[in-house]
Design a protein around this ligand. Structure first.
Ligand code: NDP
Length: 346
């Protein structure tokens, strides 16, 4: 069985969802009540892949909401409790979705293996970052020509280049897709220099210097809402792949003549009988999902019960090849132009 650990996108959405599921006593509670609410296994699902393999899965709502991000102890407890529940339910491989993987990494939850009487087995969990990185690269390859870009001549900036997903994307763009110029953007200089030397290339630039030079920009950093970008300086056409979470670039570039694509989202080849993606702001929630969630499904389809994506900067090209081939074989495709690209001519 595969598992997905997720959360609502806001406190209001969470309350609405709880009412719909009949958890009235929690729905009516304030944020303090929600802070002490335990995780809930809200849905079971059966999925048959494009080659006829059947798997079962479960969705666990961690009862975390973004409004809790500033409450360090609560956020940590929410993620660990959800992982404990997944393990207790006998789930083979569970993906950490949305903020749960960010909390796990940034709050260094590796130190918290013991949750009450359960010793968490890390092999049963994956961040899903390998599949996310592969999907983002595929979105670039498939959508660049649609907006008139030839990647062999294009300058591509990766914002968040030194991150887990960003470094994997950079490896791919240096070795597989081969773009004309790769621009590396992050705040800390030493990790950028280390990455540049690992890749044997790539230009290190600040965000402000990188954007006007770039034909395509891959965003794999959680950007502050206050980020101010002068859109008149951007190239036209410019393809922006919003791989961060939450996905908020569309608002920033709306009406600017720039093409913004939701990054790291896949579509299954047929409807899945679940309701869990309704609140994840997917355009087609019966088929679309975060690529990190799909990684848990793929690992279950492949009987590959291990923490495939784990830790930082461990994503190899071989792992991306494996998960990418599996993704195509079992019926996933990267979401592209038709459903998510917003194009406004200047
Ligand atoms: P990491 O924490 O490993 O990497 C974050 C990267 O962003 C680092 O390179 C960091 O470097 C850089 N960064 C952070 N803030 C800024 C800033 N203000 N300006 C420039 N660079 C910045 O994260 P992951 O690779 O695990 O994840 C990246 C993003 O992808 C996250 O937003 C995550 O939520 C999202 N994600 C999306 C998924 C999906 O949509 N399917 C699935 C999984 C993750 P530095 O600190 O030096 O600036």
């Amino acid at each position: 069985m595969f598992g997905l650990i997720g959360h609502s996108t806001s406190f209001q959405d969470a309350k609405r969802k709880a009412l719909g599921l009949g958890y009235d006593h929690i729905a009516e509670g304030d944020l303090d009540v929600w802070c002490s609410a335990p995780p809930q296994l809200v849905e079971h699902v059966k999925v048959v892949s494009a080659i006829g393999k059947t798997i079962e899965g479960a969705y666990i709502d961690s009862c975390f909401v973004p409004e809790m991000l500033s409450r360090f102890k609560t956020a940590r407890r929410k993620v660990l409790n959800a992982m404990e529940l997944a393990q207790k339910k006998g789930i083979n491989i569970t993906a950490l979705g949305g903020f749960t993987s960010i909390i796990f990494e940034n709050f260094n939850l590796l130190q918290n293996k013991q949750v009450r009487n359960t010793t968490l087995d890390w092999k049963k969990f994956t961040t899903g970052n390998t599949h996310t990185a592969w999907v983002i690269c595929r979105q670039l390859e498939q959508n660049a020509p649609l907006v008139g870009l030839n990647l062999e001549k294009a300058k591509v900036a990766v914002v968040g280049a030194t991150g887990d997903i960003g470094s994997a994307v950079c490896r791919w763009l240096s070795n597989r897709t081969r773009v004309a110029e790769l621009i590396l953007v992050a705040r800390q200089q030493q990790p950028l220099k280390d990455l540049q030397s690992e890749l044997g290339g790539g230009e290190i630039l600040s965000l402000g210097d990188a954007l006007p030079k770039s034909d395509a920009v891959i965003w794999v950093a959680s950007m502050p809402k206050t980020l101010d970008i002068d859109i008149s300086l951007l190239k036209n056409p410019c393809l922006m792949i919003d791989g961060g979470y939450p996905k908020n670039l569309g608002e920033k570039f709306s009406g600017s003549g720039v093409h913004v694509l939701k990054g790291g989202i896949v579509e299954f080849f047929k409807d899945i009988g679940w309701n869990m993606m309704e609140l994840a702001e997917m355009e087609n929630p019966k088929r679309e999902m975060f690529a990190c969630f799909a990684e848990a499904m793929l690992l279950e389809f492949e009987d590959c019960h291990t923490n495939f994506s784990w830790g930082r900067n461990n994503i190899s090209l071989e792992k991306m090849d494996f998960i990418g081939e599996s993704s195509i074989r079992h019926g996933f495709s990267a979401v592209g132009l038709k459903s998510n690209l917003q194009t406004v001519a200047v």
